[in-house]
Design a protein around this ligand. Structure first.
Ligand SMILES: Nc1ncnc2c1ncn2[C@@H]1O[C@H](COP(=O)(O)OP(=O)(O)OP(=O)(O)O)[C@@H](O)[C@H]1O
Ligand code: SF4
Ligand SMILES: [Mg+2]
Length: 355
């Protein structure tokens, strides 16, 4: 079966997650934080979905919902055909063997008082029933070699390792239960650029060998570009654009995605200045609205220079993009067209090329 024909491993359907405001003495309860608002995407086995967005856009909330670390308000999270939002406790325990997570901060995610052999071996005992000893050490040693660390790391403590080595230990731990999917939540964000690319290369090698799927979360589009087959862009809990990686970069369809792309620094100050003036074609410098008080229409209205009247009244629904994926922006249904195609990708591309 080719990858195209494979059923998705993960399918997110109309997912909503709200955090209820606490009730306060003599005061009305705060309105809920609408962290995730009706998002849809899927990940096929052996593929990588890059999820990007600014801080607070809801990326970790999506990850925690998939891991069943929080309750969802609405929607379905289908994994291998089952809706995990309906799982009971024993089903959740079983499910956690399939989906592992690597967090940003290897300093806090690895138990500082345990040696690497114990940190990586723990899940092997919990999920595979192999107790501490020679057999487990052999498996852990193999895993450490697989992530580019030698067997001699077995006896080391986390404080004896560099940031990149700790992240390799976290990856070995995730791999120890032979998962179907690993969620990397800003897993490379704290690392230096050169170490970051080494870890990304390692993740790609592992995917080639094992066929594991990744949900790769980052706030920076440049980081996800290399590793992702598909990309989703979150803005205030809305998936405003998604699609094949190449299409999202080459034919950017949403003004917010263009804004994220333009935020990547250019070392040349002259070009940086030119780019700032070109960006005004589609972008206004303003703070995003609060997730407790989202506007009625598109949540990007106050930062979008291309705003139309309809944008204030209605949230745009997902519209297919000809070259693949979807976009939530009225310009694609009510804006100018050329030969039946929205001119927005052309406009955004021209603006970027003129920088
Ligand atoms: N437990 C919680 N209670 C209330 N609000 C929360 C809770 N967890 C997250 N939020 C809110 O939900 C929104 C999404 O947060 P989330 O952590 O998912 O963002 P993120 O995209 O992962 O950000 P970052 O890039 O900073 O990690 C934010 O407005 C955040 O303040
Ligand atoms: S819907 Fe309107 S405000 Fe929102 S991104 Fe598109 S043009 Fe801009
Ligand atoms: Mg986060």
């Amino acid at each position: 079966m080719t990858i195209k024909e494979k059923e998705p491993y993960l399918k997110i359907e109309d997912l909503h997650v709200h955090f209820q405001g606490r009730s306060q003495l003599f005061r009305p309860a705060k309105p809920p934080v609408r962290a995730v608002n009706g998002i849809n995407f899927d990940i096929k086995p052996g593929r990588t979905f890059g999820l990007v967005g600014e801080s607070g856009s809801g990326k970790s909330t999506v990850a925690r919902a998939i891991l069943r670390l929080l309750d969802t308000k609405d929607g379905r999270i289908i994994v291998s055909g089952d809706d995990v939002t309906q799982f009971n406790d024993s089903e959740i325990k079983n499910y956690r063997k399939q989906v592992q997570v690597v967090f940003q901060d290897p300093y806090s995610s690895l138990n500082p008082s345990h040696i690497v052999g114990e940190i990586v071996g723990e899940l092997i005992t919990e999920h595979r029933g192999i107790k501490a000893g020679a057999e487990r050490d052999k498996i852990v040693g193999d895993l450490l070699e697989q992530v580019g660390l030698g067997r001699h790391f077995l006896e080391r403590f986390p404080y004896e390792l560099s940031g990149g080595q700790r992240q390799r230990v976290a990856i070995a731990r995730a791999l120890s239960v032979e998962p179907e999917m690993i969620i990397c939540d800003e897993a490379t964000s704290a690392l230096d650029v050169s170490i970051q690319s080494q870890v990304i290369n390692l993740l790609e090698e592992i995917q080639e060998k094992t066929g594991v799927a990744y949900l790769f979360i980052a706030h920076d589009l440049a980081v996800v570009k290399h590793i992702s087959h598909d990309i989703g862009v979150l803005y205030l809990g809305y998936l405003v654009e998604s699609g094949p990686s190449e299409r999202v970069y080459e034919e950017t369809a949403h003004p917010y995605t263009a804004m994220l792309l333009a935020a990547e620094p250019i070392p040349d100050p002259e070009r940086q200045k030119r780019r700032a003036s070109v960006r005004r074609v589609y972008q206004i410098d303003a703070e995003p609205p609060s997730p407790t008080n989202l506007p009625k229409g598109c949540p990007f209205t106050n930062r979008c220079a291309l705003v139309m009247d309809i944008c204030h009244d209605e949230m745009p629904g997902p519209t297919p993009v000809l070259a693949g994926g979807t976009v939530r922006c009225h310009l694609h249904t009510s804006g100018p067209t050329l030969n039946g195609k929205s001119v927005v990708p052309l406009l955004l591309k021209t603006a970027e090329e003129n920088k």
